[in-house]
Design a protein around this ligand. Structure first.
Ligand code: HAM
Length: 419
């Protein structure tokens, strides 16, 4: 049996790298005051149609949708924000003290053409802030995002920011885009041809060669901002500068999801191939309402964890690997064998990573095993030592061996393991 295309097994050796990213995420979100939310892997399809947008590539081409046994259309979440917004409304989080700051880590699903950095099941770390429209919130989520990359050790990242404007600046922009593309319909892909009348903004992030060519001369979203959006965007930039975060304003930057209003940003990392966007996000002040909740502004981001790991590998950043056992318990003789289970349990209960032999090897074979597993210490339970109430402990690095009273074994080891 083979796995489907675009999904991955994450094996021991690699899971440690994932756990490391997750530890950084938990620690960083803690100090920033974000609390974890866990939403379902599947939702009603309508949530993404309404939330992410009917005209987006994600909804038009990339969703894993299926009918359940009662004929309802469900979809494996292609991203996290829509589900978090649904949960925010359904659970009355708008009644909590605002702002509500949430984060999540988990798998997302998109039926995209797999290649390096692009998968059909991938993982995101995302953060969302609800209930404040202040530019400081935009800047804070960007700071958290950039702190995450810095903490894991990535260098040379490029943060691009833009404002795609609110609904009122959007009108003039949409009209200008329609006007521009109407005259150039011949050069557009079939999807974008439909988008000219329905949602010309979506053409701005089309990946097709012909459309990209036309975009070079197309109206630029940043040129259409109303006064309010312009001053909000200026304030975000001022705040980012105050936080010491460097960025580049890219007036053409748009994102692949329909819900953005105002600030939009993306983080690019050179050197990992075509899929260089390792994170992105923005403000979505109408999404809660669109999904049936009370008017509530929101801003957030998501990081692609596979791409983050790819970039770390590309930059040669060493992450913690598999941890060797700290202690291996070996024994010689039947009476000694009888003591092993209690010693193992005691060591493990004390938080010491402890291994044993499972194949009935002699002492020599067990020591070989300990060596293979790269254990730091071997506890040798021998009958003569037991008569003295002791066990032997050998430091594998030096080969030095001492007798330690069995009752003092845990504290003796802990001291030397620096616990
Ligand atoms: P997104 O830009 O669609 O935004 O995805 C965020 C990140 O997920 C991307 O920058 C990329 O690193 C990763 N990603 C996306 N698709 C794939 C894929 N097929 N394979 C591997 N990695 C991928 C969102 O999803 C928004 N929900 C972000 C957001 C949160 N905006 C506001 N709040």
């Amino acid at each position: 049996m083979k796995k489907p295309r675009g999904v991955a097994d994450i094996l021991p050796g690699e899971t440690e790298r994932w756990q490391y990213l997750e530890r950084v995420i938990r620690e960083l979100t803690r100090v920033y005051g974000y609390r974890e939310i866990r939403t379902p892997i599947f939702e009603f399809t309508e949530l993404f149609q309404r939330g992410v947008g009917e005209d987006t590539d994600i909804v038009m081409k990339e969703m894993y949708s299926f009918r359940d046994r009662r004929g309802r259309s469900l979809t494996l979440r292609p991203e996290g924000t829509a589900g978090v917004v649904r949960a925010f409304i359904e659970n009355g989080l708008h009644k909590w003290p605002q702002p509500v700051k949430l984060y999540y880590v988990g798998p997302m699903f998109r039926y995209d053409r797999p290649q390096t950095g692009r998968y059909r099941q991938f993982h995101q770390f995302g953060a969302e802030v609800f209930g404040t429209a202040e530019p400081v919130a935009d800047a804070e989520v960007i700071c958290l995002l950039m702190d995450f990359y810095a903490r894991v050790g990535l260098r040379g990242l490029q943060l691009e920011i833009n404002s795609v404007g609110c609904m009122s600046c959007r009108q003039a922009l949409v009209a200008a885009l329609r006007e521009y593309f109407r005259g150039k319909a011949g050069g557009l892909c079939s999807h974008c041809l439909e988008r000219v009348e329905r949602n010309p903004l979506r053409i701005l992030d089309c990946k097709e060669e012909g459309c990209r060519e036309l975009l070079k001369e197309a109206p630029v979203p940043l040129d259409f901002l109303c006064g309010g959006c312009r001053s909000h965007f200026a304030a975000v930039q001022k705040e980012l500068a105050a936080c010491g975060v460097s960025f580049l304003v890219n007036g053409r930057l748009v994102r692949g999801l329909d819900y953005y209003t105002g600030t939009a940003f993306e983080v690019l990392v050179p050197g990992i191939g075509a899929q260089s966007a390792i994170g992105g996000g923005g403000r979505y002040d109408k999404l809660v309402e669109t999904c049936g909740g009370p008017p509530t502004p929101g801003v957030g981001f998501a990081v692609g964890l596979e791409r983050t790991l790819l970039a770390l590998a590309e930059q040669g950043v060493e992450l913690p690997g598999a941890a060797a056992p700290e202690v291996f318990v070996a024994f010689a003789g039947e009476r000694a064998a009888g003591r092993v289970p209690a010693i193992l349990r005691r060591l493990r209960a004390a938080g010491i990573a402890t291994e044993r032999d499972y194949s009935g090897r002699g002492l020599k074979g067990q020591l070989k095993q300990a060596n293979k597993r790269a254990a730091r210490w071997v506890v040798i339970v021998g009958e003569e030592e037991l008569d003295r109430g002791n066990v032997s402990v050998r430091a594998m690095e030096t080969g030095e061996q001492v007798e330690v009273p069995e009752v003092a074994l845990v504290s003796w080891l802990k001291e030397r393991l620096g616990q």
